[in-house]
Design a protein around this ligand. Sequence first.
Ligand code: CMX
Ligand code: CO
Length: 144
Amino acid sequence: VLTRIDHIGIACFDLDRTVEFYRSTYGFEVFHSEVNEEQGVREAMLKINDTGDGGASYLQLLEPTREDSTVAKWLAKNGEGVHHIAFGTADVDGDAAAIAGKGVRVLYDEPRRGSMGSRITFLHPKDCGGVLTELVTSAEPGEH
Ligand code: CMX
Ligand code: CO
C-alpha cells in the first residue's frame, strides 16, 4: 500500500547551485547527500515534512555523475526540471508486483538501492501518463 509522497526528483546541472536556490528561497536545508554510482547521480535530500505513516517527504535534487546516466540523458533532452515522483510504501516488493499485475511495466526485477539505504524500483513513464514513478521502502527502523 502506497502511504505517502516520499519525494519529488528534480534534475539539475549544478547540485550546489540548486541546493543554494532551495536554501535561500525557501529555507530548506540538506538532510542527507550521497553519490549513487549505480543510478549515476549525486543527490541531496531536502526533508520537507514528516508523514502520518512514520516516514517523511523530501525533495531529491539530482545531478548526473556521468554522461551515460539516465539523468544526464534526460537533462540533455529536457533541461532542468521535475524528473520523477516517488511514492513510499512499507512493501515495495508487494506493491511493485501488484502494480505489474495491472499491466504497468516495472523497470527492475528486484528493487535496487536508493537514498539512505532505501529499496527502490521504477514504473515506466509511458505506462503512467508520462510520469516516471518510483516506489520506495525506507531503510530506517520504524519508518516505512
Ligand atoms: N519522465 C517522463 N518521461 C520520460 C522520462 C521521465 N523522467 N524519461 C524518459 N521519458 C520518456 C521520453 O520522453 C521518451 O518518450 P518519447 O519516446 O515520447 O520521446 C521515452 O520515455 C523514452 O525515453 P528515452 O529518453 O529513450 O530514455 P530511456 O528509454 O533510455 O530511459 C527510463 C527511460 C524511464 C527507462 C530511464 O530513465 C530509467 O530507467 N529510469 C529509472 C532510473 C532513474 O531515473 N534513475 C535516476 C533517479 C534515481 C533516484 O531516484 O534515486
Ligand atoms: Co528518486
